[in-house]
Design a protein around this ligand. Structure first.
Ligand code: SAH
Length: 475
């Protein structure tokens, strides 16, 4: 290691920053966040620092640097735009044996400052030893996505019970195993879901029963996997996907999304069974209950959003009836993801003040929809599961008052490398869709907003990537 990583306690102690610009302001913010008593030495201050000086958060010495400014300091940062001054600060600090950082000038530094992920009291610091601050920032951004915002709260909970755990388990190895289970298990999930009181009482029970038996056992995560592109998963979805023991998924979940689940998790496909019959909903509900009762962390992974044409509600009703803990993670629903990637805004001040989502699933060859409501002007209608019924749909909308030149689009496998957008009108779309030989899943969008597509399309599917992205067949 080029440097010794340490965390320095500066609470209430004098810290001196030389320089009054924006760069200095960023360093001052770090020092203030860590409780330092900050003095800024500079002839002039930028507006942020000026406000902080006026409100008394920092002390301003209006002057050019002189060695006496470092008399009281325990740590020094030089952030002027004059290299000679920065060097002088560094020399003086070194002669006083004070730790000194010169911004962007590793040669003059006795310490460097890392990029920080702040989940106080949890702090993750990343350094490239000064060789590439940009790389450190990129790494930091990755860590930001992996470490839930609530880790700080988890650490606070752990701190509250630390003494008690130490008393209860005499062996340090017992304590380690106990904490490993708690910090990765359902009690941690309670904290992340904002149920701190519940977590606190579960933790105290877990300590009392010492074996950890008081912990709730299995749990189900009902997670929205979005419209197919793994970039569109939420941080929370990703985290739960990486910790679940078993994954129950259906045919809208694309291989790249499925690949984001834990490598060694069991995967159960419930989209299609032999003879192309999907596993019955009741069977899926039962399966989730059974797995959770075995103590597993079950990821129920669905396409889009679980509460939008996803039967998510039915699944968790069964769980609730069996008192199995669950949580629901929203996903980007097809309407939203597909419209964005196709360049069709769902609302627009000039064209549509409302947007309706409906399912175009055919029942006995006809579609049971409120056509008068759908044919209203100034709204966008998004039809899920509508490919088979497309001709009926277009006919009915025209029969109920929309003109046959109303713009309409059908989008195949939106957000993925196989995305295909076909635009036309209510009159022409059924034939155009047929000619395009679209593959499911497809989404239909009807309304004047579709006319913007020509101008707003931005996403160019990468056909080469299509192979390893292929969607499993959908309804
Ligand atoms: N819960 C899902 C919808 C399930 S219904 C959601 O919120 O998105 C299944 C229908 O969703 C498909 O028939 C299709 O109409 C639509 N759909 C899902 N993903 C899609 C995609 N990537 N491209 C186009 N349509 C999609």
């Amino acid at each position: 290691m080029e440097f010794l990583p340490v965390f320095f306690d500066i609470k209430g102690k004098p810290c001196v920053v030389i320089g009054g610009g924006d760069v200095a302001a960023r360093k001052v913010a770090m020092l203030l966040n860590s409780g330092g008593k900050v003095t800024v030495v500079a002839p002039e201050l930028c507006s942020t620092l000026r406000q902080q000086a006026e409100s008394g958060e920092i002390c301003h010495v209006q002057s050019r640097f002189s060695p006496a400014h470092l008399n009281e300091a325990i740590i020094v940062i030089a952030a002027t735009d004059d290299r000679a001054v920065n060097k002088q600060v560094s020399d003086v600090a070194n002669s006083y044996r004070l730790p000194v950082n010169v911004v962007d000038d590793p040669d003059y530094c006795s310490f460097i400052m890392p990029s920080v992920v702040d989940r106080s009291p949890v702090i993750v610091a990343v350094s490239t030893g000064g060789s590439s601050p940009v790389l450190a920032r990129l790494l930091r951004a990755r860590l930001e996505t992996l470490i839930p915002g609530a880790y700080g709260r988890l650490a606070t909970l752990a701190d509250k019970f630390r003494g008690q755990v130490k008393q209860h388990f005499t062996e340090s190895s017992q304590r380690r195993i106990f904490w490993e289970n708690i910090l990765q298990g359902p009690i941690a999930e309670m904290v992340f879901a904002g149920r701190e009181d519940q977590a606190s009482s579960a933790l105290s029970k877990a300590i009392e029963s010492s074996t950890g038996d008081a912990q709730p056992r299995g749990e189900v995560y009902l997670v929205g996997g979005g419209p197919g592109n793994p970039d569109l998963l939420t941080f929370r979805a990703l985290r739960l996907m990486q910790q679940a023991d078993v994954v129950v998924y259906d045919n809208l979940v694309t291989p790249p999304v499925l690949d984001m689940t834990r490598r060694d998790a069991d995967r159960i496909f419930v989209g299609k069974q032999r003879a192309n019959h999907a596993m019955r909903q009741e069977e899926i509900n039962e399966l989730l209950v059974k797995l959770a009762k075995e103590g597993k962390r079950v990821l129920r992974l669905k396409g889009g959003d679980p509460f939008i044409f996803g039967r998510g509600g039915e699944e968790i009703e069964t769980l609730s009836a069996h008192q199995i803990p669950f949580q629901v993670v929203p996903g980007i629903t097809a309407a939203s993801g597909v419209a964005s990637y196709a360049g069709i805004p769902l609302t627009h001040r000039d064209y549509a003040q409302a947007c309706v989502f409906v399912t175009g699933h055919l029942k006995d060859g006809s579609m049971d929809l409120d056509w008068d409501m759908l044919a209203r002007p100034n709204q966008t209608v998004v039809i899920y599961m509508g490919l088979l019924g497309l001709p009926v749909l277009c006919q009915q909308l025209v029969a109920h008052g929309l003109t046959s030149d109303t713009p309409a689009a059908i989008v195949q496998q939106g957000t993925t490398p196989s995305q295909k957008v076909v635009t036309g009108t209510l009159g022409s779309l059924p034939q155009l869709a047929k000619d395009a030989q679209l593959k499911p899943p497809t989404l239909i969008i009807v309304g004047k907003v579709v006319s913007l597509q020509g101008k707003l399309a931005w996403f160019t599917p990468d056909q080469e990537a299509e192979g390893n992205f292929a969607l499993t067949r959908s309804k």
